[in-house]
Design a protein. Structure first.
Length: 486
């Protein structure tokens, strides 16, 4: 059968299985997880398979089902490619495909960052799943890269499925992602613009590096073939169309970013904050989730966030507001650390170490004093550039930094959430007129003030001791550097 008939058959299979799964009641979600895993192993179009769960089970359950099914499928693909079909796949992919050879070299040179970029790229699933399985990529890294890169698309597909009116719209590709986005495009742009810009920049940079590697491999293969068969023709892979396609995608993304950026040039941060908060306030039970994501993005971009830590207390009350603030900031710190360590390390090292040479002493301080130093750094009045991106380039486990961020954020987030919960309106918060004294109950205000003074005094004392010890370490680091120079 031709390709068109084959694709029609695939759509029919997806429809028949989905109808059957829908009839299975509580067994539907686990059955669909297995079906989607097999779908992924067979390298069939995953967008259809990921969208259907949102329609069948709603957004929340659909997201979980699609996410688990896809990652289970990736794990099965790894096992099948690595242990069951290795010899056959090697003869098809490794020996003939310069792309897979370039994958191997890119991963060897760039590490986990290259693995992430390859999973994000528009490379065929056969190469992304089975090609990578044949290389010397640990199963943990292979699966982790799939988990990280698959989540954003899983959310979009689940939203699309939940907004669909019938199954045929999904299978026929008639449902548009724009139909599930809120009407306030400026709000979406404020979050999407920096993320898309960063993504496009690194995809283009990595694509350029990848093409250099692939071209070198193709030349080496051609030389080798000519040695063995001088009179024969060398079969070369035609990568022009794929290169044009990748450049086209990058160019399209840049144009979209430029158009959105043009609309947002005159919009200041307060307007973006206010519009976003007003929109989130209307989202009901999903408000805390959306706000957590928004705060995480805001922290990642190093934008001033004290006002945004007050708002959750006003929107959701003290308890939920406190939780949202702590999780949002911690999640933002995690994203910053991840970006800094795996994507921006060279640029951060050049900029931050030149501007803040004392950062070199942090490594030594952590080595000598342990976790408490990380905690003190997170608590100290330092630029967020240092606390997040600066720490990311040091030899400190990300898990320890995130835990320290979480612990350090608890008291501050409690104070901000208390201010928000006692505020009378949103405008008061946005203008910075809300203060901590308003959050203290009048009957115990004196007692609480005394406790606050004692707590603050203890904090200043401990921070002072840390500062003294840190200066000693700085002197030791400088002395060691002078010895090396000598």
């Amino acid at each position: 059968k031709n390709n068109k008939m084959g694709f029609e058959s695939i759509k029919q299979v997806a429809t028949d299985v989905s109808v059957w799964v829908e009839e299975q009641g509580d067994y539907g979600p686990p059955l669909y997880i297995l079906f989607l895993a097999i779908w992924i192993v067979a390298t069939l179009p995953s967008s259809i398979g990921e969208t259907i769960p949102g329609y069948l089970f709603g957004f929340k359950r659909g997201l979980v089902v699609a996410y688990l099914g896809k990652n289970f499928g990736l794990l099965l693909s790894y096992v099948v490619g690595k242990y069951l079909l290795k010899s056959k796949l090697e003869s098809i992919l490794l020996n003939k495909s310069s792309t897979v050879q370039a994958f191997k070299q890119a991963i060897k040179e760039e590490g986990f960052q290259a693995l992430l970029m390859l999973r994000f790229s528009a490379t065929p699933m056969l190469l992304k799943n089975y090609g990578l399985a044949l290389l010397d990529v640990p199963m943990r890294d292979y699966v982790l890269a799939g988990i990280i890169t698959g989540f954003p698309s899983a959310v979009l597909w689940a939203l699309l499925g939940a907004a669909s009116h019938n199954l045929s719209d999904i299978v026929e590709g008639k449902q548009s992602i724009w139909s599930v986005l809120p009407e306030n495009t400026a709000l979406i742009a404020s979050v999407a613009l920096p993320l898309v810009g960063i993504f496009v920049y690194y995809m283009v940079s990595f694509g350029r590096r990848f093409r250099i590697i692939k071209t070198k491999i193709e030349k080496d293969q051609n030389v080798e073939l000519k040695k063995h068969n001088r009179s024969g023709r060398v079969d070369e892979e035609n990568s022009n169309s794929s290169s044009v396609y990748k450049y086209g995608l990058a160019l399209a993304a840049i144009v979209v970013v430029a158009l959105i950026g043009k609309q947002l040039r005159s919009v200041d941060l307060k307007i973006i904050m206010n519009d976003t908060v007003v929109w989130i306030e209307k989202q009901g039970n999903w408000g805390p989730v959306y706000y957590t994501i928004f705060l995480a993005v805001w922290v990642t971009l190093l934008l001033p966030c004290s006002i945004l830590e007050v708002v959750p207390g006003f929107l959701f009350g003290f308890k939920i507001g406190w939780t949202v603030s702590v999780i949002g900031k911690s999640f933002g710190s995690l994203i910053s650390l991840f970006l800094g360590r795996y994507f921006l390390a060279s640029r951060i090292r050049g900029y931050v170490l030149e501007k803040y040479p004392s950062l070199k002493a942090f490594d030594k301080a952590v080595e000598l004093e342990g976790f408490k130093v990380i905690l003190m750094i997170r608590v100290a009045y330092l630029p967020m550039l240092i606390k997040n991106y600066g720490l990311s380039i040091l030899d400190i486990p990300i898990a320890k930094i995130v835990i320290a961020s979480f612990m350090a954020g608890i008291p501050f987030s409690a104070a901000w959430a208390g201010i928000g919960a006692s505020s009378k309106n949103l405008a008061e918060i946005m203008e910075g007129k809300a203060n901590l004294s308003d959050a203290l109950p009048e009957e115990n205000r004196e007692l609480l003030a005394i406790l606050a003074v004692v707590g603050l005094g203890s904090f200043v004392y401990v921070l002072g001791k840390f500062g003294s010890r840190f200066r000693e370490i700085m002197a030791q680091v400088k002395a060691d550097e002078n010895k090396k120079v000598a």
